[in-house]
Ligand binder design. Structure first.
Ligand SMILES: NC(=O)C1=CN([C@@H]2O[C@H](COP(=O)(O)OP(=O)(O)OC[C@H]3O[C@@H](n4cnc5c(N)ncnc54)[C@H](OP(=O)(O)O)[C@@H]3O)[C@@H](O)[C@H]2O)C=CC1
Ligand SMILES: Nc1nc(=O)c2c([nH]1)NC[C@@H]1CN(c3ccc(C(=O)N[C@@H](CCC(=O)O)C(=O)O)cc3)C=[N+]21
Length: 297
């Protein structure tokens, strides 16, 4: 079998266009643009690329983008002060503090300072709790993007066996919560899992969020399974001195067995940014007390 390629880039472009239309209707109703603030501490090159890309997409969607770049040696208290100023700023609907933060900062403390109503990453414990108990809140962008791709491909997910590899707070755990809410039978695997290949082999849906280049192999996959590759790993390319991006899945091998697979790049990554804009727009409607139809986006 040769897997269908799930085109996250195209799906994300479509989602961004919908966000753009709703951003215009928000502006007409609220008399201002929706606003997303992104805070970057330090000069990590990968983070700089993401932040630039987020800023560009935000403007393209007809929203205001506020970028705050702080030096790597910023004191934690100064970062917290920036976040508090953004919490209080009525022009700012969503706040994203780019992770990872420099080692001298306590990420949990910084996330806890973001107002839950502006936490468009869905990382605040209040939003994690809302997701866990099924209340409306903000869901982390990457797993929500994965779920959108899965539902688009498979329709109703109920009763399907799903294996999530990875249990981080930002991808694996919220992904598992979303799949539970869709009535999948969910297994969460991690570095202590025994017989990982056998665990994965049971799955109709595999979500790999590990951070190990091409770890998931073809003979782990049940024929016809849907494979979502969250991994973003920069590795040396064939040409001397060059690098390329690969996922956590051995794409060439797995594509021979799976029913459908997301590529890297062009799969989950673009969805993350599109969902971020979606969440920021939802935040804007909520912060203004305006109705947004539940199935609008
Ligand atoms: N496309 C996108 O938009 C995004 C992509 N990413 C990418 O997704 C990947 C995962 O990110 P993130 O969740 O933040 O990563 P973390 O490093 O926080 O978590 C990795 C998880 O993988 C598990 N793990 C590590 N090694 C193994 C192994 N050999 N077998 C099984 N499980 C293993 C870890 O287990 P344990 O808990 O036991 O240590 C952990 O739960 C990375 O490549 C990252 O770059 C992340 C965010 C967004
Ligand atoms: N507070 C916070 N929120 C995040 O959502 C967050 C974060 N911190 N820190 C880093 C991770 C990673 N992340 C990605 C976003 C887009 C792509 C993306 O667009 N990737 C392109 C390729 C981009 C390239 O070529 O480098 C693709 O997969 O096609 C990837 C990864 C968001 N993250």
């Amino acid at each position: 079998m040769t897997a269908a390629i799930i085109d996250g880039k195209a799906f994300a472009a479509n989602l961004r266009a919908k966000v753009g239309e709703l951003a215009a209707s928000f502006e007409a109703k609220a008399g201002r643009k929706a606003g997303l603030a992104v805070v970057l501490v330090g000069e990590d090159p990968a983070s700089q690329v993401y932040v630039r890309s987020k800023g560009k997409s935000t403007l393209e969607a007809g929203m205001n983008s506020f970028e705050h770049k702080l030096p790597a040696d910023t004191a934690e208290a100064d970062l917290l002060a920036v976040v508090e100023k953004l919490n209080a700023d009525p022009a700012v609907d969503g706040i994203l503090v780019q992770l990872p933060l420099p080692r001298h900062m306590d990420e949990q403390k910084v996330i806890a300072t973001i107002s839950p109503d502006k936490d468009v990453d869905g990382f605040h414990v209040t939003n994690a709790g809302r997701l866990a108990v099924g209340q409306p809140g903000f869901v982390p962008c990457t797993p929500l993007g994965c779920l959108m791709l899965l539902k688009d491909r498979l329709g109703d997910l109920s009763g399907l066996d799903a294996v999530v590899i990875g249990r981080s707070n930002i991808v694996g755990k919220p992904m598992a919560q979303l799949l539970i809410a869709e009535s999948c039978t969910v297994t969460v695997a991690h570095s202590r899992t025994k017989n990982l290949a056998d665990v994965v082999k049971r799955a109709d849906i595999v979500v790999a969020a590990v951070g190990r280049p091409e770890m998931v192999k073809a003979d782990w996959i049940k024929p016809g399974a849907t494979v979502i590759d969250v991994g973003i790993n920069r590795v040396p390319a064939a040409e001397e001195g060059k690098t390329k991006l690969v996922g956590d899945v051995d794409y060439a091998g797995v594509a021979e067995v799976a029913g459908a697979i997301t590529p890297v790049p062009g799969g989950v990554g673009p969805m993350t940014i599109a969902v971020l804009l979606r969440n920021a727009l939802v935040a804007a409607f909520r912060n203004e007390g305006l109705d947004l139809p539940a199935d609008a986006i």
